[in-house]
Design a binder for this molecule. Sequence first.
Ligand code: GLN
Length: 232
Amino acid sequence: SAEAANRPHYTITTDTTYPPFEFQTESGEFKGIDMDLLKAISKRENFTYTLKPMSFNSGVQSVQAGQADAIIAGMSITDERRQSFDFSDPYYKSGIVIATSDKNKKINSLDDLKGQKVAVKTGTAGADYAQSLASKYNLQIVSFNDSNTMYADVMVGNEVAAFEDQPVMAYAIAQGTKMRIITDPANGGSYGFAVKKGSNAELLSKFNKGYASLVADGTYDKIVQSYLGKNA
Ligand code: GLN
């Protein structure tokens, strides 16, 4: 219809797998808190989009290169990123934890990481946090493109621990990933929807407006609880 043709259309990138924020169902559909928020906001704010899932680091770069209009990928709002991105209002609180294989009983604190190999995901706040500890704890950092591959390598014992966001690591463990969190969340921050700095101001303001209306009428809580239960 003419109305549909007038709706702005955007290309929005997300992580390939970052449950409970984004993941692919067996039928190939992208689900998760980010995905449901984006869908609901697009309906309320009258825009359409093509979703481009890719590694988190590639997604970040594709927005910077102007190949995607925006990213929603459990992306932490950081001062460093604010220099090259404009962020929406924060929509979910997070922080970074360290997790070991649940078979490994020897790793119970940061001190136990001294001189060991640890796993991070390329381009993430967790990777930056590991880097900030690297000289003090003499860490050997091994990088991965996606969270699942990183967990798998820690579980076979190639690294003693992974740096991951608390809500994502806790969700993976609750879903059966055989790992154990050994630290309290550090470097707290919140997730935001992001566009390249100085561009797509209309999309950003639509996101903020739509998000505020989802919070106001309880839809936001319903979406979060549909993944995390009533205590979320
Ligand atoms: N929240 C982390 C960051 O922004 C990780 C995001 C992700 O892996 N999708 O760096």
